[in-house]
Design a protein around this ligand. Sequence first.
Ligand code: GAP
Length: 443
Amino acid sequence: MSEQPIDACMEKIVSLCKRRGFVFQSSEIYGGFNGFWDYGPYGIALKRAVERQWWLYMVEKRNNVVGLDSSIICHPKVWKASGHVDRFGDIMCDCKKCKTRFRVDQMPDPTTCTNCGSKDLTPPREFNLMMKTYVGPVFDEEHIAYLRAETCQPIFLDFHSIRIATRMQLPFGIAQVGKAFRNEITPRMFTFRSREFSQMEMEFFCADEGSMEWFEYWRKERWNFYLNVLKFPTEKLHLHPHDKLAHYAKAAVDIEYEFPFGWGELEGIHHRGTWDMSQHQQFSEQDLQYLDQSNNTRYLPTVVETSVGLDRMVLAVLCNAYDEDRAPTQKEGMEDDVRVVLHFPATVAPVQVAFLPLSKKLNQNAQDLQEKFLGRYRTELDVTGNIGKRYRRQDEIGTPYCVTFDFDSLEDNAVTVRERDSMAQERIPIEGLRAYLDEKVLG
Ligand code: GAP
């Protein structure tokens, strides 16, 4: 199942991801399965760290947002109510000559095959993106269920249970991170558009009055997350307000990132009005109104949503971090070569501190030192190859600090800490290493 050609820089990132164990194609030994990806050891460390930063920022550092982890499969009526069963689709067509399938809205010229130039295309037809399965012993229409296409719908369903259990009052938000599934016609650009991916969504419930202020508030918060937490440069981000709004929405804006293949949507901030709650009220025949005790009125809450794909965010973090510099490498025992380096912020780096013994004879000493930091930082003991090669390997996986244990360490009880970006080296007493690294790594 072939991928479409992608930009040269993107190819380097994809190849680094495979070589260093960040991301692999799913089922590779069977030729791969398009739109599905596996995260290797560094990939999952990075993904979890990025997710952790989002959760900290959106839930744990606030009093007005709580969490949820709902099931992936919900009652099939949920997706009828949300409109996904009837309307969640793309228009596609196939090239009869080369058999490539396209989303019509992504074709520069919908009358011509983008792949081979043929004009012999099938008529455009609608294609629903929901992934189906069967629940129960009989595989018939009555037992069809759907893998969720977005993580937000169960949040609407659980709104009242959560409100009652937590005694939260409006305005407040509910956040969820979890898998979503879409039968994308053209999965592409590595993990950018996948068929199985994770979303990080937060639904903020409020009164309609003042909801636009909340929309503005969350737009700014999310923008600041990219600048202050992920350290993206402003020029790599832009805001794209939607020209066409859903009939129920008051406002919608995307935060876009400049990937090597062009600008792409990273996150959506949507004012969803009372649409979702009113749909579920109608389909479930339950009263989903909120009783506002401050003025004794009942109303359906208005919702402001922030929605981002975790995989897409991780891809942006990887692209933002990727760099090739012509480093003055002789001092590290290497030729003056091109250094491939991932400039991850220390908070999300898969390995935050690597421990490197200078000689095999010092392996145990370096390991003893590393073990003192297990669970405090993400660490690695790197013992193979000369020290220059080990620094290169750590640069390639984005390790911000390397701690080298050498023969002098046995005498002076100090180690050399080498910083990834500047390549500067500093001698630090082992006694003070924890305080030193805490400040650098934990901030
Ligand atoms: N609840 C609203 C919602 O799901 P969306 O624009 O369809 O809105 C939100 O998706 C985010 O989820 C996108 O901005 C993107 O980051 C991510 N996303 C959507 N489809 C994706 C896919 N096929 N692969 C990876 N990420 C995807």
